[in-house]
Write a protein that binds this ligand. Structure first.
Ligand code: IMP
Ligand code: MG
Length: 184
């Protein structure tokens, strides 16, 4: 049993020290790869917020931060197949010529990330890279190149460290399978 804020939840799939160690490695790798450049790091809210704030603090080149919100799940555990940008930022002058890094919590079907890539590429960035904490390659519906992946995981619905089920469990400091924290 893991605890969070005094409450007990099911066993972690990826515990907090393992997350921290991997985030540090990713930050180092990104620092090396972007040497001499400045990154515009864009977090996909809400899920990636927790991973993102840890990650950017491990990056040693100049970073500017931005956030956008995409939605496709609407309280279900599989994608509706349709992505909505909830905030509709006017990217035009911000993105052109910048080195953009999109930061996601998890890539599942790939629908969200490929949609976001299209939106960003249309604005003419100098480069566009993708980073996700978790990857579920077995669920991919759309072929997608991911530049930075924290962990590849099997086909289980996970919560914690930003990931939710119907908006719950984002504040767990570790990643757990939904069925471990909410047995049916
Ligand atoms: P995709 O568009 O199917 O690749 O899904 C991407 C989005 O779905 C992510 O940004 C998550 O918000 C959500 N998602 C996918 N799998 C999970 C999961 O196992 N737990 C929580 N959210 C998930
Ligand atoms: Mg989500």
């Amino acid at each position: 049993m893991e605890t969070s804020g005094g409450r007990q939840y099911g066993k972690a799939l990826i515990d907090a020290p393992t997350l921290a160690q991997r985030v540090q490695q990713l930050g180092k790798q990104i620092t090396t790869d972007f040497a001499g450049r400045e990154i515009l790091a864009v977090a996909v809210l809400k899920g990636a917020a927790f991973f993102y704030t840890d990650l950017v603090r491990q990056i040693g080149v100049p970073v500017t931060v931005d956030f956008l919100r995409a939605k496709s799940y609407e309280g279900r555990t599989t994608t509706s197949g349709e992505v909505r940008l909830v905030s509709d930022p006017d990217f035009a002058e911000d993105i052109a010529g910048r080195h953009v890094l999109i930061v996601e919590d998890i890539v599942d079907s790939g629908v969200t990330m490929s949609y976001l890539r299209k939106v960003f590429l249309a604005q003419g960035p100098a480069s566009l890279a993708t980073c996700t904490l978790l990857d579920k390659p077995s669920r991919r519906r759309i072929e997608l190149k991911l530049d930075y992946v924290g962990f590849s995981i099997p086909n289980v619905f996970v919560v914690g460290y930003g990931l939710d089920h119907a908006e719950r469990y984002r504040n767990l400091p570790y990643i757990a399978a939904l069925e471990a924290v909410e047995p049916t």
